[in-house]
Design a protein around this ligand. Structure first.
Ligand code: MG
Length: 272
């Protein structure tokens, strides 16, 4: 009898663990309650855990639409609808398919051939319309500045996930101010000003990376400071680095990209 009870307890706890895992990124109340409490870039503890299921999801702004901005004369054009030559898959040419004026995620992450620090980036993305998945599995990709700092890409119009993991979130750290996401199958625009982190000679971060951003023309971050390099279910941390590639994430969903360009900016501490 005791053995039967023990088995029931074990089976029951396994079931709960599986349910929790299945509910982590999608479901009625997705997220985690066993991750570390976040600390902002100044080291102050926040009331929210990493991917906290209790963290309020931003209000939805209906009617926001993709704002397509052609590359200005001083931009580095990273994708013009035809050539993916500005990107690499490891040390090889970009593996992503180019079709109908789009690059389609698939074949591993892409890294820009050139490296960058402070930058203004415009890109447009579209989640697959035929997608039946939910939460973190629904049109997941991302744009990583300096290879490390992810602005999330996710179909967040008709699908919920934890607040710090939805579209335009600084993944695992800050939800956007509002949810301006377009429906699956419609284009979204990101216009992002990224300020690179600064480090002292000992490698200590003296100035956090910061982001100001419009999603479909709507402000979603204003001088928001990254807590460190993007992490999953863990606290972000800084470690010193120099200029690095822009990285596009392949998370297993055929997210489409078009019209990607970047303007190099003088470091925010410079007089220019
Ligand atoms: Mg992502």
């Amino acid at each position: 009898m005791r053995r039967v009870l023990l088995s029931l307890v074990v089976l029951s706890s396994m079931g709960m663990a599986q349910a929790a895992a299945a509910n982590a990124g999608s479901g009625a109340n997705p997220g985690y309650d066993d991750t570390p409490l976040l600390r902002n870039a100044a080291g102050v503890e926040l009331p929210w855990r990493v991917h906290d299921r209790r963290r309020p999801r931003p209000d939805v702004v209906a009617g926001a639409r993709c704002v397509s901005v052609p590359p200005p004369a001083d931009a580095v054009v990273l994708f013009d609808g035809v050539s993916s030559a500005a990107w690499r898959s490891g040390d090889k040419p970009a593996a992503w398919a180019v079709r109908d004026g789009c690059m389609l995620a698939g074949g591993g992450d892409l890294r820009s051939a050139e490296t960058f620090s402070d930058a203004q980036v415009h890109l447009e993305w579209r989640a697959p319309i035929e997608n039946t998945k939910q939460g973190q599995q629904r049109g997941n990709s991302g744009v990583f500045f300096m290879e490390r700092y992810e602005v999330q890409i996710l179909e967040s119009h008709g699908s919920i996930t934890y607040a710090d993991g939805q579209a335009a979130a600084l993944y695992g750290q800050w939800p956007p101010l509002v949810n301006a996401c377009a429906a699956a199958g419609e284009w979204n625009s990101y216009d992002i000003v990224f300020r690179a982190p600064q480090f002292d000679p000992e490698g200590k971060c003296t100035q956090a990376a910061r982001v100001t951003m419009l999603h479909n023309g709507v402000l979603v971050h204003s001088e928001r400071a990254f807590m460190g390099a993007t992490a999953h279910k863990a606290l972000a941390q800084y470690s010193a680095h120099g200029p690095a590639a822009l990285r596009l994430q392949d998370h297993g969903d055929a997210v489409a990209f078009r019209n990607i360009w970047l303007r190099r900016l003088a470091a925010s501490g410079d007089s220019k």
